[in-house]
Design a binder for this molecule. Structure first.
Ligand SMILES: C[S@@+](CC[C@H](N)C(=O)[O-])C[C@H]1O[C@@H](n2cnc3c(N)ncnc32)[C@H](O)[C@@H]1O
Length: 282
C-alpha cells in the first residue's frame, strides 16, 4: 500500500531535509512554501495537519523544496516579500529588500519638505522609491537603475502599490547621474568589497545579482561617485542619504565632508551597526 503523506508528515520531513542542506529555519521555510503550494495561510496549514497530500500537490511542493535546498532565497521561490509593510514582487534581477533599509526611508522622511523632488539611485525592486511615494503623496520621485530587468520589476511594484503615476523610472548610470536638481538623493548602492563576495552566504552570493552587491575593490566606489556629484545635483539645503555596510560609515562621512557637504550624520540600525550616512548641501 502506498505511504500516506499528511501535511504534518511532509513538514517534518522537509524541516529535516532543509536543516541537512544548511538552511536556517528549515521548518518555517517549509511551512511558508507549503502554504503557498496549497493556497493556504499558515493558520490554514495548522488546521490541515492531518490532511493527506495528493501526488500532484507533492510534486509541486517537492520542486520548491529542491530549490530551497540549493540555497535559493525563500523570497525568490515565493516571488514576493514585504518592505515598509508593502508587498513587493521579487525575482533574481533584484536584490531582496532588507529590513535595515527601512531606516534609510525613516531618515529620508524626516528631511523632505512639501513637493520634494527625490532621486533614488540604484532602485532595484523600487522598494525605497515606492515607500517614499506611498508615505508622501506630494513628492515626485525619479528611480534610477542600470538594469532594465530590475526597472521592469520596480515598475510592476509601483503599480502593485498604486504609486506608478508619481515615479519616473529611468535607466542610467550612477557614475554619471542624469541632469536635474533634487531635494533628496537617496541610495542603497552596491557596497560589498569585491574580495568579500565569495564569503557571503550562498543565498546572497549565488542568487542575488552580483551588480547589486559588489562595490569595487574597497566597496566604496559608488559612495565616491555619489559624493562627487552631490553638489551639482542637489538643491541648496538638499540632502544626500545612503545606506552603508558594516565598518564603512566613518569613511563615507569623510567622503561627504570632502565633497563639501555639511551637517553629516550617522544612524545605527536596530543591531547597533552604523547603517545610514547623510550630509547636506550648504
Ligand atoms: C544594493 S541594490 C539596492 C536595491 C534597492 N534600492 C534596495 O535597497 O533594496 C543596488 C542597485 O544598484 C544598481 N546598480 C548597480 N550599479 C549601478 C550603476 N552603475 N548605475 C545604476 N545602478 C546601479 C543595481 O542594479 C541594484 O539594483
Amino acid at each position: 500500500m502506498a505511504e500516506t503523506w499528511t501535511v504534518l508528515k511532509v513538514l517534518k520531513w522537509t524541516a529535516g531535509y532543509l536543516d541537512q542542506a544548511g538552511v536556517e529555519n528549515g521548518r518555517l521555510d517549509g511551512e511558508l512554501m507549503l502554504s503557498s503550494a496549497l493556497g493556504l495561510d499558515r493558520v490554514g496549514l495548522y488546521l490541515n495537519y492531518d490532511r493527506p497530500m495528493d501526488p500532484e500537490e507533492l510534486g509541486i511542493f517537492r520542486e520548491l523544496v529542491k530549490r530551497r535546498a540549493k540555497r535559493e532565497p525563500l523570497q525568490y521561490i515565493l516571488g514576493r516579500t514585504e518592505f515598509w509593510s508593502l508587498p513587493m514582487k521579487v525575482n533574481p534581477s533584484v536584490l531582496i529588500p532588507r529590513q535595515d533599509t527601512e531606516i534609510l526611508v525613516e531618515e529620508s522622511l524626516k528631511r523632505i519638505g512639501a513637493e520634494a523632488r527625490i532621486l533614488d539611485v540604484g532602485t532595484g525592486s523600487g522598494a525605497i522609491a515606492i515607500a517614499l511615494a506611498h508615505e508622501r503623496r506630494d513628492v515626485r520621485v525619479v528611480a534610477l537603475d542600470c538594469s532594465q530587468e530590475a526597472l521592469q520589476t520596480a515598475r510592476d511594484n509601483a503599480c502593485l502599490n498604486g504609486v506608478d503615476g508619481r515615479i519616473d523610472f529611468q535607466r542610467g548610470n550612477l557614475f554619471e547621474l542624469p541632469e536635474g536638481e533634487y531635494d533628496l538623493i537617496v541610495s542603497n548602492p552596491p557596497y560589498i568589497p569585491e574580495n568579500e563576495v565569495p564569503a557571503l552566504m550562498p543565498e546572497v552570493r549565488d542568487h542575488e545579482p552580483h551588480g547589486a552587491l559588489a562595490g569595487g575593490a574597497d566597496g566604496l566606489d559608488c559612495y565616491r561617485a555619489l559624493a562627487c556629484q552631490a553638489e551639482d545635483r542637489l538643491t541648496l539645503g538638499g540632502w544626500l542619504l545612503m545606506e552603508v555596510g558594516a565598518g564603512q560609515a566613518e569613511q563615507v562621512v569623510h567622503l561627504l565632508e570632502q565633497a563639501g557637504l555639511c551637517e553629516t550624520f550617522v544612524r545605527d540600525d536596530y543591531a547597533g551597526i552604523p547603517r545610514v550616512v547623510g550630509g547636506r548641501r550648504p
